[in-house]
Design a protein around this ligand. Sequence first.
Ligand code: FRU
Length: 480
Amino acid sequence: PPATPQYRPAYHFSPARMWMNDPNGMVYSQGVYHLFFQHYPEAMVWGPMHWGHATSKDLVHWQEQPIALFPDKLGWIFSGSAVIDENNTAGFGKNALVAIFTHHNDPEEKKKTNRHQYQSLAYSLDQGQTWTKYAGNPVLPNPGIQDFRDPKVSWNTAAGKWIMTLATKDRITFYSSPDLKAWTKESEFGEKLGAHGGVWECPDLFPLTLDGKQQWVLLVSINPGGPNSGSATQYFIGQFDGKKFTPASTATRWVDYGKDNYAGVTYANTGARRIFQGWMSNWEYANQVPTSPWRNAMTVPRELALRKVGADVFLTSQPVPEIGRALTAGSVKLQNLTVKPTLDLTGKLPGLGDKFQLKMSTRQLTDFALVLANGRGEELVIGYDKKANEYYVDRSKSGLVAFSDKFPGRHAGPRRATTPAADLTLLVDASSVEVFADQGLTALSELFFPSEPFTTLTVKSAAGLSISELSYSRLATEAK
Ligand code: FRU
């Protein structure tokens, strides 16, 4: 297919060529963020999985590196995590980067035993440039569970051990290890809790502090069964005592209500910051999106936190501040705008491009729609529906939508904030929009592919919206 540079994001990572899915092995080491990813370097569709590799110093500009892990005789390299082994518990070397991943050996063993997925190690002593697979792989053989994958490992101080959070079909299984090599099963979670519209994948477990108290967050991606169909990531908040996860609530909650944020997990070794990044696509159509010569990008890195609203506690996600610091060109700030019934912003935002940040706040939230459009009658609508109390993105008429009947549509997420005042941050980058409402209490990530770039931006509100402040800015430098 002809190349589509117009859809290439500038401040989101996408591979130069070929297929990408889940983020893997994300770790911050010696001033560099390492992002590994599910990669098939020979086609623009999913196939024999490798770990691709990209690095960034600022979470904005990414440099693709040579492929880190290749398939071997134990199988393809599925998703997993990486840690810095500060105390050399595994004996690979002090401060070795250790990747813990799933080997997927299909189809020879699959039909007979279900034992085709198992966990293995690789290590790097040169900051991720070259990797050695551990000779004793696999370190966690499969007990006969069809879906047994995506190990996320971190050091747990309560246990004084490494804890592996593993997706095991319809639940999470926790394992512990003193040395990353010998693993002991500790507990299971979730067989009867949360969403079960599909298989559980790509979990993560980490602490966050709320009102001075430590809570534990468990992320679980599921495919299918997401809130707007297809793949999505749910979360649980509770306690983890070093062995067992106990949720505080049984409500099903989603990290992101848009269709395009899957398999996201957090970086290792970022101190008090908890930085999440997801795959900005959906298994319903990831193999069909109309881009070339690559398929799929990651979301922007997001900082996670917990916030109380009444008696409920929610996980919030907001773009890392590094993104805002890079989007400073052509900056415009407008105050006290009244929309009734429409306000054309196009002339007020000189150089309105397709890679920008827009922030908007109001003291009195009511129905509104932000419409990005082009001269072909194509439009992308981002709005709030007061009656349903939800934020939404409608990409029904956003251009190329017919490549999958699962792509077009209006996708909504509940408003969690209860204040009359509201704020919204939009990140637009060529073919994606990420919406963060109410300081990240509701997030929606969506792809779109206009046949010509959107050139106008109009706000609509029949009810009458007063915008106290609206700011706009673009990327300061082109991606390096
Ligand atoms: C999630 C997933 C993982 C698996 C990987 C294979 O998108 O299905 O469970 O490890 O993709 O590419």
